[in-house]
Write a protein that binds this ligand. Structure first.
Ligand code: ZN
Length: 236
């Protein structure tokens, strides 16, 4: 993988994680029009993508072996997770909020890959999302995670009512056999702006931070608030 925000290079593949300065990462912008048509619903459905602009319906995960199709997800505080076969011959992407994590979207993706391959041939990168520093939820949700997942309680929630989405995703992906799992992004709620050209306080859009004045995005009627894209493409 190469591109904005990447820490790993796989020849023939470009990926990136969006921010306020580029909602869709610049290296991915030329391929915007190839994206499948879809609506994210915090579910666990994964779709195989075979051609540009494919109508995918409601889905939160996408898989392809075809070059020239941008797979992307929109997130604010949820986790974007990008997947790539180590030889660059197949890619995938997932949108995982707490609901998707709990209901098993990462396991669904591992299952999809395992139909014809092994997750040990794949790497994953977890992008910017609500960090454990800021992501406060109710006690019942923390209890649900701690009861359902075989990970240490203090890893799931290192401080009172704070949920560590990225740590949970990393632990799951490692347990599912992925060859490497990178954590690339920082907290969407509190990370300060690092682009001097922008007179803005924060680097990422955040649903939590802006929830008191959120607006509906006309291009994605199911999603409220501004969001950033994370995406990956096999170069043509
Ligand atoms: Zn934070």
């Amino acid at each position: 993988m190469s591109g904005d925000g990447g820490s790993r290079t796989i020849p023939g593949v470009t990926h990136g994680f969006g921010s306020k300065s580029a909602q869709l990462p610049i290296p991915l912008q030329p391929y915007c029009s190839t994206r499948p048509a879809t609506k994210q619903v915090h579910g666990t459905r994964i779709v195989d993508v075979h051609h540009p602009l494919q109508a995918c319906g409601e889905a939160d995960g996408f898989f392809t072996r075809e070059p020239g199709i941008l797979l992307s997800v929109l997130t604010a505080d949820c986790l974007p997770v990008i997947f790539c076969r180590k030889d660059g011959q197949a890619i995938a992407v997932v949108h995982a909020g707490w609901r998707g994590l709990l209901e098993g979207i990462l396991e669904q993706m591992a299952q999809r890959i395992s139909l014809e391959d092994s997750t040990s041939n794949w790497v994953a990168a977890i992008g910017p999302a609500a960090g454990v520093c800021c992501y406060e939820v109710n006690e019942d949700l923390i209890n649900n995670f701690q009861q359902l997942l075989p990970f240490p309680a203090t890893m799931i929630s290192p401080s009172y009512r704070h949920l560590d989405l990225a740590a949970i995703a990393e632990a799951k992906l490692t347990a599912l056999g992925f060859a490497a799992v990178d954590r690339v992004g920082s907290c969407t709620i509190c990370t300060p702006n690092d682009d001097p050209a922008l007179a803005r306080r924060f680097k990422y859009t955040s649903y939590r931070r802006n929830s008191h004045r959120r607006e509906q995005d006309p291009t994605h009627p199911g999603i409220k608030g501004r969001n950033q894209y994370s995406g990956i493409i096999i170069n043509q």
